[in-house]
Design a protein around this ligand. Structure first.
Ligand code: C2O
Ligand code: CU
Length: 476
């Protein structure tokens, strides 16, 4: 794969950065409902110390004054009410990534609601059916609005969560900033759009370039990882700590320990891990990100404090999560839904249809479009569905990546069960809203289309989405 021109080099690339103290990762603010039961979420330009004192302050856009936005938490089956106030100088919306909620709450402009103008507001209200780790972000000019800092975690708690000492959220991202600490404004760069998307140069944990994360020997942590980057894939290696994956994209899995303690997450994806801190007081364990093999870097160090271990033998409590109430699809009556993805650099796409017209690649590039699904470049101004399926029907989804790039494909309003990759039966049961496909890979999945409405299906590399890699599934 082609390398990014920018490497995540932590803070050292900035001129004039002297030796500063190590910055320990910061926790996320929590979002609390007011006396009326409504959480206020307001997006605004603000200043934020991405570089943690080691460089200039950055002008960002943030929810409630901090990146990430507040962690919203409700119990599974409890109502969540959010008043969104848009204080950025652009239209916006809030999309609740991974939530199987009514279409009118999905936050997609032109499809499920009108965009919220600058200075306007919108009330979101829904009852999450599924427990797990989710997140929220705008669905207008996503590449720019997320790239400037608009995103936050949404945690739906199980009635009885597994017993742990700490429940911790790591929102992982990469910022693209210049020598002056300003957000790089190249949001619609054709190279990014046609290659691997907007990769940043400063890796961040909970918004900030963090050097360390403090742990205590013997403790059990439930670590909720959320990749909110525009495009970057993270492959975090927890060395010999043997994390156990208990959920992917919110949905429980049979707990398993991935090879080499390596967790790969593409944009939009989440993983819930159980981490038993098996090291000794004072120990330092690096967490290395080696997804892009030629730009491996240390994400941060897990630093054990000097306190006595909480316990000598790891906790012997069950970690399996109760399953979410998903309709079980049956292969026997599944209707085929095939998506073949083409385009991008080195993809050989010569033409595609856009706005009802067949266009050559030059013309498309001129319009900022380089990707197609089933030969159609997505037109956000039309939103016409490519697929119309019956409510309650079972769909057999076949996604074929016929490009030279990997893509995390995300379906709104549903979760689907992966049954095969490249014709080979899936090795474990995974329910997901965002499936990551390698170049030339084909994924088969099943889902029951039980949530009525118009749902977006798109690549979560936001620059690919913008350049045409999206479509609409109508469930009626
Ligand atoms: Cu997080 Cu349409 O996406
Ligand atoms: Cu893509």
């Amino acid at each position: 794969m082609v390398e990014s021109k920018i490497r995540p080099s932590r803070r050292s690339f900035l001129l004039g950065v002297g030796a500063t103290g190590l910055l320990s990762a910061l926790p996320i603010n929590s979002g609390r409902a007011g006396s009326d039961g409504v959480v206020k979420l307001s997006s605004k330009p603000t200043q934020f110390d991405i570089l943690a004192g080691a460089g200039p302050i950055t002008d960002v856009w943030a929810y409630n004054g901090r990146v990430p936005g507040p962690e919203l938490r409700v119990r599974q089956g409890e109502r969540l009410r959010v008043r969104f106030e848009n204080g950025i100088p652009q239209e916006s919306t809030v999309h609740w990534h991974g939530m199987r909620i009514p279409n009118a709450m999905d936050g997609v402009p032109g499809l499920t609601q009108k965009p919220v103008p600058s200075g306007g507001a919108f009330d979101y209200e829904f009852t999450p059916p599924d427990a797990g780790t989710y997140w929220y972000h705008p669905h207008v000019k996503s590449s720019e609005q997320l790239g400037r800092g608009l995103y936050g975690p949404l945690i739906i708690e199980e009635a009885e969560p597994p017993k742990v000492d700490r429940d911790v959220t790591w929102v992982i991202d990469d910022w693209r900033i210049d020598q002056n600490g300003a957000i790089d404004e190249s949001f619609h760069d054709m190279h990014d759009m046609s290659h691997s998307g907007r990769l940043g140069n400063v890796a961040a944990l909970n918004g900030v370039s963090s050097d360390t994360f403090s742990v205590r020997a013997g403790e059990r942590i439930r670590l909720r990882l959320i990749n909110v980057a525009n495009a970057r894939v993270f492959a975090l290696n927890f060395a010999d700590h043997e994390p156990v994956v208990i959920a992917l994209d919110g949905h429980p899995v049979d707990p398993f320990a991935p090879a080499n303690g390596r967790i790969v997450l593409a944009s939009g994806q989440r993983a819930d891990l159980i981490l038993d801190m098996s090291g000794k007081p004072g120990q330092v364990t690096p967490v290395v990100d080696n997804y892009y093999s030629r730009s491996t870097y240390k994400f941060l160090d897990l630093v054990y404090d000097n306190k006595q271990p909480i316990r000598e033998i790891p906790l012997d409590a069950p970690v399996r999560l109760p399953s979410n109430p998903l309709a079980e699809p049956s292969m026997a009556d599944a209707k085929p839904m095939a998506l073949s993805i083409s385009g991008g650099a080195m993809g050989g796409m010569r033409e595609a249809r856009f706005k009802g017209k067949s266009m050559g690649i030059r013309e498309l590039v001129g319009l900022g479009k380089v990707w197609a699904i089933n030969g159609e470049v997505f037109d956000p101004t039309s939103g016409a569905p490519m697929f119309t399926v019956k409510k309650g029907s079972t769909q057999r989804l076949v996604i074929s990546n016929e490009t030279s790039w990997p893509h995390p494909m995300h379906l709104h309003g549903h979760a689907f069960k992966i049954i095969a990759r490249n014709g080979k039966k899936a090795e474990r049961e995974i329910w997901t809203d965002t499936v990551f496909l390698d170049p030339d890979e084909q994924v088969e999945a099943l889902f029951v289309a039980d949530n009525p409405g118009d749902w977006l299906f798109h690549c979560h590399i936001l620059e690919h989405h913008e350049a045409g890699m999206a479509t609409v599934v109508r469930v009626s």
